[in-house]
Structure formats: C-alpha cells, structure tokens
Design a protein around this ligand. Structure first.
Ligand SMILES: Cc1cc2nc3c(=O)[nH]c(=O)nc-3n(C[C@H](O)[C@H](O)[C@H](O)COP(=O)(O)OP(=O)(O)OC[C@H]3O[C@@H](n4cnc5c(N)ncnc54)[C@H](O)[C@@H]3O)c2cc1C
Length: 288
C-alpha cells in the first residue's frame, strides 16, 4: 500500500523539532531510522500528516562516558553501537544485542531511540535497557524529564513518552567491573525478531551472585523484568539446579501470544531456555 500524503520536515535542532511537534500535535510523527514507522505508514496503521525527520540533528547522535554513566544519543544507529570502543570496554551487552538485530541494512539506519520508543515487544533494546537499569531523557518544549526504563514500557506499542516529547538520550550506569552479561536470543533465521530472548547482567563475589538482573524479550506485551528469578539467585551460587529454578520463575511471568514463531507453551519454554543460557554465559564472562 502507499502511505497517505504527508508534509516532510527536516529540522536541524532539537528546539526546531520540538516547535514543529508543538505546532502539529497528534498530526505529527517523528522519523528516526524509519524501519518500523515506514512499514506502519505503508499499511496505514500510522497516518501522520506531518513527518518530522530527526536525522539532521547531529546532537542526537553519539556515545560518551561521563563519570560512571554512559550517555547515548537517541539517534545513534545500531551499527555505531556495534563498533563503539567505549561500549566494548564498558558495556559489551549492548554490542552483543545490536549484532543480533536484523540485518546490516536495518542496523545502518535503525536507531536505539526508535527501537526503545516504538514499543514493539519484539524489539531487543527494551529488555536490555531494563537489565542495565537505564533511564531515558524526554525533552518537551517546556521541560525535560528523566524516566527509568522500569516503568517506561507500558504495553504493546505504548511507552511513557508524550506526543510532544522527543527521546534525546539514553543513560546507562556503567556495569561493575566484576560483572558479566549475555543476551541470548532464539530466532528462526537471520534477520528475524526473537521467538524469545533473555538479557542477563550478573555480578559475582567469588562464586556467589551478589547482584543479577534478568529481562525477557517477546514473551509478553512488553519487555519483562524477571524480578522473582533475580531475588532467588541473589546470595546463591550459579549451578545447573539454581539456573533451572531461576528459569522456572522467569517462565512464570511470561504471557506470550501464539503466532508463526510458535505456541504459547513453546515460547514460554524457550524463554526459560534463553534465561539459563544467558545466566551461564554471563557467569562465565564475569570478572574477565
Ligand atoms: C526486517 C526487519 C527486521 C527487524 N528485526 C528487528 C530485531 O530483530 N530486533 C529489533 O529490536 N528490531 C528489529 N527491527 C526493527 C528495527 O530495529 C527498527 O529500526 C526499530 O524498531 C525502530 O527504530 P527506527 O530508528 O527505525 O525508528 P522509526 O521507525 O523511525 O520510528 C519508530 C517509532 O519511534 C518513534 N521515534 C523514533 N525516534 C524517536 C525519538 N528520538 N523520540 C521520540 N520518538 C521517536 C517514531 O515516531 C515511531 O513511532 C526490524 C526491522 C525490520 C524492517
């Protein structure tokens, strides 16, 4: 199908983009990489009369370290995450995740901000953001607010951002040096969304788990934080038995829908499988 006609705007500053958003209200949509929005427009699920392209706003791109926090501009594309020396040193989980997103064409244009804000439960960044304890800077024309990832993802295609706000930056606390991480993703073929995936960040003191976070992709209406599994693991050692019990607790919170990727039972079982795999891999990587 062909999208409905729209007026195209290409502002070069955040202020100009905010002014356009304020002027056109719910008739406007922000364009980042376009890999989710344009298919929606072609199917006429989205019919904006005004398209505000963020690609000419250079200040929305880039990755930097300030103190103990990684700052990532919302328009930073997946490929820039993959090749970032800063992330390789301080947050390899993001690189592992970005590498598993679709194909080079999508990764060259698709942005971390678009992936987070689209609200698709199949997108990979939301679970990783929960796992890393990230927060999001939302800029409106009158005020800026910072919202924690835990609380940002409200439901299918629904996030806490308001229609007159732009996600400008993602902030991630640098994971402890003694931590290990893994994003384990099951997909039917290269380029596919996850059948189920698990993100794990785990900190060890000797063999004891002092802290762990676990979040799941595409097994519920939003990314899910497996908090019962986390509580169970804290203070224990990671063994086959404790990993199986953590996976069982993670599976309990899953609420997937049946589709071409599998039945509800299969997806729930795969979420457990990915959780175990990510836990063992994160533990093996911890302290390296
Ligand atoms: C074939 C294919 C396979 C894919 N596979 C995967 C996959 O395996 N995993 C995965 O995670 N993703 C996958 N994707 C989705 C891809 O990662 C998209 O790029 C991503 O979902 C949206 O990012 P974008 O930059 O393209 O945003 P756009 O499509 O431009 O925008 C998406 C939505 O976010 C809003 N938005 C964008 N940026 C901002 C901002 N800064 N502030 C406020 N709102 C904003 C837009 O208005 C729109 O509503 C796939 C896409 C395709 C086409």
């Amino acid at each position: 199908m062909i999208p409905r006609p729209f007026e195209y705007h290409a502002p070069t500053s955040i202020e100009a983009a905010l002014a356009l958003l304020a002027a056109h209200g719910s008739e406007a949509k922000l364009l980042a990489g376009g890999h989710s929005l344009l298919p929606m427009m072609k199917l006429r699920f989205a019919e904006p009369a005004h398209l505000i392209d963020l690609n000419r706003i250079g200040t929305l791109r880039g990755i930097r370290l300030e103190g103990n926090t990684i700052h990532i501009g919302a328009m930073t594309c997946e490929n820039d995450l993959i090749w970032s020396p800063l992330l390789a040193e301080h947050c390899p989980l993001l690189i592992e995740t970005a590498r598993l997103i679709s194909d080079p064409q999508v990764r060259y244009r698709g942005t971390i901000g678009g992936d987070i804000t689209h609200g698709d439960p199949g997108n990979d960044h939301p679970a990783v953001m929960l796992c890393l304890g990230a927060s999001f800077v939302l800029q409106g024309s009158r005020a800026e607010r910072v919202v924690a990832a835990d609380g940002y993802f409200l439901g299918m295609y629904s996030t806490a951002i308001e229609a007159d706000e732009i996600l400008t930056e993602i902030r991630i606390p640098v994971p402890a040096k003694s931590s290990g991480s893994c994003y384990a993703k099951l997909k039917r073929k290269t380029g596919d969304f996850a059948t189920a995936a698990a993100a794990v960040l785990l900190e060890l003191d000797g063999d004891t788990i002092v802290d762990v976070s676990i979040a799941l992709t595409n097994v519920g209406p939003t990314a899910l934080a497996a908090t019962d599994a986390e509580s169970f693991l804290r203070g224990r050692q990671l063994t086959d038995e404790t990993a199986i019990e953590a996976a069982r607790l993670a599976m309990e919170i899953c609420d997937p829908v049946e589709d071409l990727r599998g039945s509800v039972e299969y997806k729930r079982a795969m979420a457990g499988e990915m959780t175990q795999r990510a836990l063992h891999m994160a533990a093996a990587r911890a302290g390296r």
